[in-house]
Design a protein around this ligand. Structure first.
Ligand code: SAH
Length: 230
């Protein structure tokens, strides 16, 4: 069976699988529902010190990952006909969405390139067909945590990874709405009870209540999700 394959190019391979080695994603990895391979970009570094970075052209602080070194690691790890998207973690990229995670999780997998320092030489992005992806409007110190976030969003959607509750279609973002409130036992807690509708056993009423709550929360917190796209 062809499983979802993740290949991560990083200067810190020991950060993987990290948290994805735990819980349901970790069980899925151990059960072969998805696979993970890391490639150390430094293996393609230059000289005795295996240098991977250099000072920014034009001056300024920090260091930039060299185009030749990064391209060599990409070429060694990913055959030209590898069908997987090549994602470069980057605060300048397209914002990661649930729709992207769903699309990628249904495909052959992903190759993820993790930047460090000030980022990577611009030429390698077009030169190797990288798609820049951001996990949000803040700057991390490296792409590894962004790669873990991206992978987690994909892996939990792989059939079998989540067990029974498989990728609920009611979840936040799946239907353009935030999820309705959830409750469990005890029925009364610190003077607050579970909404009566949820205890009614009337499935149609429960579905309606959940729909209304999801809409109410989305209107209040994320009206942008309801606005017509344009
Ligand atoms: N100088 C860059 C930031 C470099 S941060 C800039 O201003 O755009 C170092 C690395 O961390 C980046 O190359 C990228 O791989 C990763 N990174 C930082 N913030 C990120 C974000 N919000 N989403 C995805 N990757 C991010």
């Amino acid at each position: 069976m062809d499983v979802f394959r993740a290949t991560i190019l990083t200067l810190f391979p020991e950060m993987f699988p990290g948290p994805l080695g735990q819980s349901l994603s970790g069980d899925g990895l151990a059960r072969g529902l998805w696979s993970l391979e890391t490639v150390n970009i430094r293996d393609h570094g230059l000289g005795r010190h295996r240098a991977v970075d250099d000072t920014p052209a034009g001056g300024g602080p920090g260091m930039v990952i060299r185009a030749d070194v990064l391209a060599a690691s990409i070429d060694a790890a990913l055959p030209a006909d590898d069908p997987r998207p090549r994602l470069l973690m980057s605060p300048r990229g397209e914002r990661l969405t649930q729709a992207m995670a769903r699309e990628w999780s249904a495909g052959p997998g992903v190759a993820i390139i993790c930047g460090r320092f000030e980022g990577v030489d611009e030429r390698v992005i077009a030169g190797r067909g990288l798609r820049e992806i951001s996990i949000g409007d803040y700057v991390l110190s490296g792409g590894e945590i962004a790669a873990l976030v991206t992978l987690d969003a994909c892996v939990r959607l792989i059939p079998g990874v989540m067990g029974k509750t498989e990728s609920g279609s009611d979840e936040s973002f799946e239907n353009g709405l935030l999820e309705y409130p959830q409750y469990t036992r005890p029925r009364d807690w610190e003077g607050s009870s579970i909404p009566k509708t949820l205890l009614s056993g009337d499935h149609a009423r429960i579905a309606r209540w959940r729909r209304e709550e999801a809409e109410r929360l989305t209107r209040a917190r994320r009206p942008d999700l309801l606005a017509p796209k344009g």
